[in-house]
Design a protein around this ligand. Structure first.
Ligand code: SF4
Ligand code: SF4
Length: 267
């Protein structure tokens, strides 16, 4: 039987906020105090001698430059291992787009005193995979790593750096505004259907160890979990084990019957 789950939202929001704070203050610390122990943002982040590279940007660079740079592969190792074990938790627990989406929801709630209710537009789930394939094909055709320049999570870091160092913003930042505005049509629309990085992380984590287990004997068929899922998944039908699930834990909190819980899948 699935065990009653804890509340994960406070911890997730704390992690998202801390990750955002990291990329917010890093350029300022670099510039004002020459504190260079931490540099970059979530596309390419260095902490001391450790270097973390976003897998999609790394893959794109390898494919478009047709060369393999050893340190780049090492930099991609930690995010890939994380995705292999936990799935696309970068998306729900770290990504600045997720943080800004939570803030956007909170602002809407504050001003309208209502929960944000998007139009509920649904697209076929396979659009997600086409976004990844399309992005890689375009990068190969034009011979340039486009996601390095236009990745919404990366653009957030780049805009913060531009504002801090040059007191200006880059025009590409409009992509972030568009991504956030897409929430009007469906919850986390960009992350659900169009983010090539999210799709790559989902693909890497297709056999991930951490899943959402459903106990159908306990299920009340109330659909509270489905309503709570930011990605429109139906965990009681096993979609918490699907590659699309980003292990945010919201469904487990919404379930009053304790029918859903995180579970480590055995090797
Ligand atoms: S899908 Fe893309 S933008 Fe959305 S949370 Fe994941 S990496 Fe960030
Ligand atoms: S199924 Fe549950 S854990 Fe997975 S994304 Fe939806 S709410 Fe989050």
């Amino acid at each position: 039987m699935a065990k009653r789950s804890k509340r994960y939202t406070p911890l997730r929001l704390l992690t998202l906020s801390s990750a955002f704070l990291l990329i917010l203050v890093t350029p300022y610390l670099n510039m004002r105090f020459h504190f260079n122990f931490i540099q970059g943002w979530f596309q390419s982040l260095s902490i001391g001698n450790l270097w973390f590279v976003s897998p999609l940007e790394g893959l794109e660079s390898i494919l478009t430059s047709r060369s393999i740079y050893g340190p780049l592969l090492v930099g991609m190792l930690t995010p890939i291992t994380l995705a292999l074990l936990l799935g696309r938790v970068f998306c729900s627990w770290i990504c600045p787009i997720s943080f800004l989406s939570e803030v956007t929801d909170w602002i809407i709630r504050l001003f309208t005193r209502k929960k944000h209710r998007p139009f509920g537009l649904r697209l076929p789930r396979r659009v997600f995979w086409f976004a990844l394939i399309g992005e890689i094909l375009i990068a190969l055709i034009i011979g340039a790593p486009i996601f390095v320049f236009l990745s919404p999570p990366g653009l957030v870091g780049r805009e913060i750096m531009m504002i801090t160092l040059f007191k200006t913003i880059a025009i590409e930042g409009v992509v972030v505004v568009i991504v956030l505005a897409m929430h009007v049509f469906s919850k986390r629309m960009f992350c659900r259907y169009f983010c090539p990085l999210g799709a790559l992380l989902a693909l890497i984590g297709i056999k991930r160890r951490l899943i959402i287990e459903a106990d159908l004997d306990e299920c009340l068929k109330c659909n509270m979990c489905k309503r709570a899922c930011p990605l429109g998944l139906d965990p009681q039908k096993g979609e918490g084990t699907s590659p699309y699930c980003w292990n945010c834990g919201k469904c487990t909190e919404a379930c009053k019957a304790s029918a859903l819980a995180f579970k480590w899948r055995e090797f």
